[in-house]
Every structure is written in structure tokens, then in C-alpha cells.
Design a protein around this ligand. Structure first.
Ligand code: AMP
Length: 590
């Protein structure tokens, strides 16, 4: 039961007495050593949450619900629209599978602090693998299964995992995509060599296992079960890579204690979900929403999480909501546009159990939100997120009695507790600009970036006073703290809600010997929100003419076809400033 009756009372409590606010919030978690201090500033200017406290996140997500009498309740419901498979896993079954697989990983030499890279579609085994790592204190690194070999290799070298876990295949629609070619390419390109690979054998596409290197996931699950390992609140739970401002992906590190506390509070405060409720996140587990609201938040809160593989059709999303009495649906504007596209086949939508729909990840135009409200006859609430923050920075707080479901325009709600946004005005003045967040950030946000086996916070995240975190998102803040969002201030492009940096694509294109210079910007796409467009200047002395197909293939071979580059424009020169910096704004009109 939340102690506040208004948003203002809740937000003010977090601002005026943060230690008390967060130590109270921490009571939702089962600790071995409960925290006595909420936040401690580190020497590098960043901060740790709940120093001195000890817990295990897997225990909080699984075991404690079995001990508390929820063993027979479904923890996970999984449906694959590609294979038509369906699984319901109770908390008791999840505990057995996770403890067994953790034992299997331990037998492969995985222990506290070791990294384990998981590249799998949204499957029950992906969740089992993540939780098994959490149980052992190993750090999971989930990589979206749509990435091509070179990008996977870069992540292997970045985190040096002891073990890599993959499925024998994934699906694009109904098309089987065997994983072996991508995995083999990544393992041969990577300088670092993991000691073992664990493969989930799928009926549609069993892989030939390499003796001495590969192990069968389901056989490892039969190992002697492992008990949860006691961890410090500040110990890393996972690393998740994301793109932005540099040509290389950044490994965001999430801690155990702060993460568990923030997610448990958010389930009550933002999503109004209680133990036993059903939560459905359409995000792939390889992205942050999949981590937070496909796995950890619903499980820590004793809810049932619905997971779906390849279920993008409106009919499948609605059938899953209906069949599993979903209370909260969390999806993206791209998914909502797809539903709108197919809506003529679904005139009378009846989903009595569904109470709210939450939207995040990319710009949602007001017309889309209005359409969704009238189609589903439910509140549709837009909220603002980043991989870095792990939970929403601004939201509508449906757990509070004074919550307002009438959000309009580009409004993305009011700040969640502990987020103190200010606007960094542009040189020309005005009320809009980059949104900065006062440090310390609340629990659940990044502990730093992974680099050479250490966790550090690079200067790019600090403003020049060192007092604020830079979001690289632009917007404005109204008097009642309502935030409006205008878009990114850097080169990040959101393709169907998935994040990619223009610079990352530019680096790949520039590595072609016939390319002199290039720039990649975002353009709007009617279905996927945004897609990249490449402007390319070729070398005059190039031996062969370069085609746009060659460039598209090169980018998709390096990053994966999900990047969706289709539009390559050859131009004679790029618009640049006197100092040689590309003026991207001018490209929008070329
Ligand atoms: P990611 O790290 O992939 O979650 O992407 C984070 C970025 O997605 C943010 O910095 C925003 O640019 C964008 N984003 C997330 N939520 C929203 C939203 N509700 N409205 C507009 N943009 C959003």
C-alpha cells in the first residue's frame, strides 16, 4: 500500500528526505543485511545505492515467492508466434530450472563476477539463463539476437565472457534463422575466446554441437541445483550495451540493490501492479524494457510476466491479452502503429481485464495515442525511458489516487521520484533545451560503463558543472513538472524503438575504400518511427563505382538487417562548418 494520496506528496517526499524515502522503498526487497544508508557519493562523483547491504536478486525474483506460497502461480507465460509453442512456468518450476541451470553454469566454472553473454530470442530459456547468472553473482550480458557477427564479436571482446549462451536458431516471421553462422563468425572475429558455448536446441533447427566447446542447455539444467549467492547491493547484476555519440556500443552496468528497489517501487507507483497481476511487455528481452519489465520487475513483484516471440500482429497481441487476462500492456509506438494498420480487422475490441496500456521508447505522435485510446477504450500512458536509467524518468503514476490518464500531445508525464530534471537552455535562450537530471540519480540507474573489467562513468554523462547527468534528449518542463519531449540532441536514431547511433553506421560506411566521407541521419518512417539515411561522398580516384546496394549490404552484414538502411544518397560534398564539422541539420533538406 503506497503512503501518498497525491503526486506532489510523493515527489516532495523523495526530494525533501531522499534517505528516508529510499530506505522505506527498500523494504519491498528481502535483504540478508538490510540497508542502513541509502546513497553514498563515490570518489569519481557518481554514487552507490544501499552500500553495505546484501541480497540476491534471483532470490527476490523467484525463491521468496515460492517460500511465500506463490509456487503454483505462473511466473512466466511464453508464446511463440513463429513455432506456435506455448509454455506456462510456475514460480516453483522456475526455481527448479534456474537453480539447476545455475548449477550447470557453476560446473562450467562460472562464479561471482564472471560475465556470461546471452544471445537468444525472447524465450523461457533466456529468462532462466539471466536469473541463473543473478543467482551465482555472475554478470549477464544479453545481446539482441538480431545483431550480426561483427557486432557480437565487439561485445564479446568488451566483456570477455566465460560462457556464451545461444539458441540454435531464431525466426524472422516464419523463416528459420540458424544461429551457428553468426556465432561462428563472432567467435572467429573476437580476440577473446570464451571457454564454452551453451546451446538451446530448438526442434525447428537443432544445431551440430562442437565437442569440447558446446554444451546442451537442457542437459545442463539437470545439474546439482545451486543456492543463491550473497551479493553486495553495489555488485553488478548485468551489462547491457547501447548506442550513442561514439562509434562503439557502451556497456551500461546495473547494480543489484538499487535496481531491485527501483523496479519494485515502480510496479506499484507507475503501473499499479500487485502480486498475482499479469504484465505483458512486447519488447524483446535483448533491450532494456525486456530486462526491466519482461523479467525483473514483474518477477520481483510476484506478478506473472507474459513473453512473446515474434508476435507483432494485432491479432496475436490482443489474443495474448485476452487469454492471459493481462492487466498492463507495455509496448512501443511502432507496435501500436502496426495494430492501427491492421485495426480494420478488429472492430470491437473487448479486453475486460486490461486496465492500462503503457507506451515508451520513441516519439509517439498525439494522433496515434488518441487512436489507441479510442480503439482499446483504455488509458494509454506515454512515459520516457533510457537504457541508462533502467526505469522511467517521467511517467503517469497510476498507483496514486490523483493520477490523470488524460495525457496529451508530446507530454511524457512528470518526474519519477528522485529524478530532478532541469532544462539546459540553448545559447539562443528559450524554454526548451537539453534535459539534464540532477545528481545523484535515483536507484536503478546506471552504476557506470563497463571498460576493461572496471566500472567507470565517462565525462560525456556529466554536464560542465559536474552536478547533472546529460540525457541528450531535448524538451521542456512546465510549472507542474509536466515534461514535453522534442527528440534527441545527438545522433541517436530509434528504428522501431531500437536504438542505434548514426556515428556507428558512419564508421562502417567510411571503412569502405571508395568512400571519402559520409553522414547518417534519421528520417521519419510511417511504420518504424525513424530509419537511417546515409549521405555518401565517394573518392574521385575510386577504382569502381560504388552502389547503394553495396553500402546497405555492408551495414547490414556488420550490424544486422534490423537497422533497416534502404536510403543511400550519393552527393558531391557534405555541408561542413569552417572547422570541418558536418552540419547535419542542412542534410534534412537535401
Ligand atoms: P533506449 O535507451 O533504447 O531505451 O532509448 C532511449 C531513448 O529513446 C531516449 O533517450 C529517447 O530519445 C527515446 N524515448 C524513450 N521513451 C520515449 C518517449 N516516451 N517519447 C519520446 N522518446 C522516447
Amino acid at each position: 500500500m503506497l503512503p501518498w494520496t497525491t503526486y506532489d506528496a510523493m515527489y516532495d517526499a523523495a526530494v525533501s528526505a531522499p534517505e528516508i524515502f529510499w530506505l522505506n522503498a527498500a523494504r519491498r526487497i528481502t535483504w540478508k543485511q538490510a540497508p542502513s544508508v541509502a546513497c553514498r557519493v563515490r570518489e569519481d562523483g557518481w554514487h552507490d545505492w544501499f552500500p553495505g547491504a546484501t541480497l540476491n536478486t534471483c532470490y527476490n525474483a523467484v525463491d521468496r515467492h515460492v517460500e511465500g506460497g506463490r509456487g503454483a502461480q505462473p511466473a512466466l507465460v511464453w508464446h511463440s508466434c513463429a513455432t506456435k509453442e506455448h509454455q506456462v512456468v510456475t514460480y516453483q518450476e522456475l526455481k527448479t530450472r534456474v537453480a539447476g541451470f545455475a548449477g550447470g553454469l557453476r560446473a562450467l566454472g562460472v562464479g561471482r563476477g564472471d560475465r556470461v553473454l546471452i544471445t537468444m530470442p525472447t524465450m523461457v530459456e533466456t529468462v532462466v539463463a539471466m536469473l541463473a547468472c543473478a543467482r551465482l553473482g555472475a554478470v549477464h550480458v544479453v545481446v539482441f539476437a538480431g545483431y550480426a557477427g561483427p557486432e557480437l564479436a565487439q561485445r564479446i571482446d568488451d566483456v570477455t565472457p566465460k560462457v556464451v549462451i545461444a539458441a540454435s536458431c531464431s525466426f524472422q516471421g516464419r523463416t528459420v534463422m540458424p544461429s551457428a553462422p553468426v556465432l561462428s563468425e563472432a567467435l572467429s572475429l573476437a580476440i577473446y575466446k570464451p571457454s564454452a558455448c551453451v546451446i538451446v536446441q530448438r526442434d525447428a533447427c537443432p544445431a551440430a554441437l562442437q565437442p569440447g566447446r558446446d554444451y546442451n542447455f537442457h542437459v545442463l539444467e539437470e545439474a546439482e541445483p545451486a543456492e543463491p549467492v550473497l551479493l553486495h547491493a553495489e555488485d553488478p547484476l548485468y551489462i547491457l550495451h547501447t548506442s550513442g555519440t561514439t562509434g562503439r556500443a557502451k556497456g551500461i552496468v546495473r547494480d543489484n540493490g538499487g535496481h531491485a528497489v527501483a523496479l519494485a517501487l515502480s510496479m506499484e507507483l507507475i503501473y499499479d501492479c500487485k502480486p498475482g497481476d499479469t504484465f505483458f511487455t512486447t519488447s524483446d528481452l535483448g533491450w532494456v524494457v525486456g530486462h526491466s519489465y519482461g523479467v525483473y520487475a514483474p518477477l520481483i513483484s510476484g506478478c506473472t510476466s507474459v513473453l512473446a516471440e515474434g508476435c507483432t500482429a494485432a491479432a496475436s497481441v490482443m489474443a495474448l491479452c485476452r487469454r492471459h487476462t493481462v492487466k498492463c500492456l507495455f509496448t512501443t509506438p511502432t507496435q501500436m502503429r502496426l495494430i492501427r494498420h491492421e485495426s480494420r480487422y478488429h472492430s470491437d475490441v473487448k479486453l475486460p481485464a486490461l486496465e492500462q496500456i503503457f507506451i515508451a521508447g520513441e516519439y509517439a505522435d498525439p494522433a496515434l495515442l488518441d487512436w489507441a485510446r479510442s480503439f482499446f477504450h483504455k488509458p494509454v500512458l506515454n512515459h520516457w525511458w533510457q537504457t541508462e536509467t533502467g526505469w522511467s524518468i517521467t511517467a503517469h503514476f497510476s498507483g496514486l489516487p490523483d493520477y490523470n490518464s488524460e495525457s496529451e500531445g508530446n507530454e511524457i508525464g512528470r518526474p519519477a521520484p528522485g529524478f530532478l530534471p532541469v532544462i539546459q537552455p540553448p545559447a539562443s535562450g528559450g524554454e526548451s533545451g537539453e534535459i539534464l537530471l540532477k545528481l545523484p540519480l535515483p536507484p536503478g540507474c546506471l552504476a557506470g560503463l563497463w571498460k576493461d573489467e572496471a566500472v567507470t562513468v565517462p565525462a560525456l554523462y556529466f554536464d560542465n558543472t559536474l552536478k547533472y547527468y546529460r540525457t541528450f534528449d531535448e524538451g521542456s518542463i512546465e510549472e507542474d513538472l509536466t515534461v514535453r519531449m522534442f527528440g534527441r540532441s545527438d545522433d541517436v536514431i530509434k528504428v522501431a524503438g531500437r536504438r542505434i547511433s548514426g556515428v556507428q553506421i558512419e564508421k562502417i560506411i567510411s571503412s569502405h575504400p571508395a568512400v571519402y566521407n559520409c553522414a547518417v541521419i534519421a528520417t521519419s518512417d510511417p511504420l518504424r518511427g525513424q530509419r537511417p539515411v546515409a549521405y555518401v561522398v565517394t573518392k574521385t580516384e575510386a577504382e569502381h563505382e560504388l552502389s547503394s546496394d553495396q553500402i546497405v549490404r555492408k551495414v547490414h552484414d556488420m550490424l544486422g538487417p534490423w537497422v533497416g538502411l534502404k536510403d543511400v544518397r550519393f552527393i558531391s560534398s557534405l555541408p561542413v562548418t569552417k572547422s570541418g564539422k558536418i552540419i547535419r541539420k542542412k542534410l534534412h533538406c537535401c
